[in-house]
Ligand binder design. Sequence first.
Ligand code: C5P
Length: 242
Amino acid sequence: MSRRRQIYEGKAKILYEGPEPGTIIQYFKDDATAFNAEKKGTINGKGVINNKISEHIFTRLELIGIPSHFIRRLNMREQLVKQVEIVPIEVIVRNVAAGSLSKRLGIEEGTPLPHTLLEYCYKDDALGDPLVAEEHIACFGWATQEEMQDISAMAIRINDFMAGMFAGIGIKLIDFKLEFGRLFDGDFSRIILADEISPDGCRLWDIETNEKLDKDRFRRDLGGEAEAYQEVARRLGLFPEG
Ligand code: C5P
């Protein structure tokens, strides 16, 4: 294979220049990080599983009218995506209190929220992705108000779809992170879903036992992280491959 130009290396993915202008190859690594990369490790086979799970979810979201950067999966660890300008905001969607929300506000993990909560974090590793208000986003021009309307509407629809999809396979969708990008067409741009959706960026609990089937197994040294990711993929009908 010819040498490809690497555009960016992140904590869990590498981006390469794609075969056509406006495309990118997204490579899924087994590397895992937590607490803003203070904790580092690997989860065996994670990249392969996340590639499949993200393909599965993005493909289904497209069918309900959520546009995304996903074009197609190329192989075990790579997918072809559209090049976008990433909006520097991480959108956190929460259905049940956990993680930083529980810590920040003293709410016991596992407490259902009266309604879905959207939070925004400014994407900046050096600052540790701080929580920001919509007012900060507008004030510093990270996204326009129109873009934020599209982003929040899509986040709610994605949550409705994913909560149902996971409930159908005995998994509670506690919370998850989304990233969006601007797809340019001349001077005009529109917001589409970007990045990935996988157990790296979701909290997924077994409905019956509350067993954690996500990256908290790694963050909290619970062990069995590879098996948990495999279990999510298995319940989604993705492994073993047919
Ligand atoms: O840590 P916190 O409780 O804020 O995380 C909320 C959700 O967002 C979790 O599902 C976590 O996996 C995800 N998240 C992420 N990347 C971050 C921060 C949070 O995927 N940088």
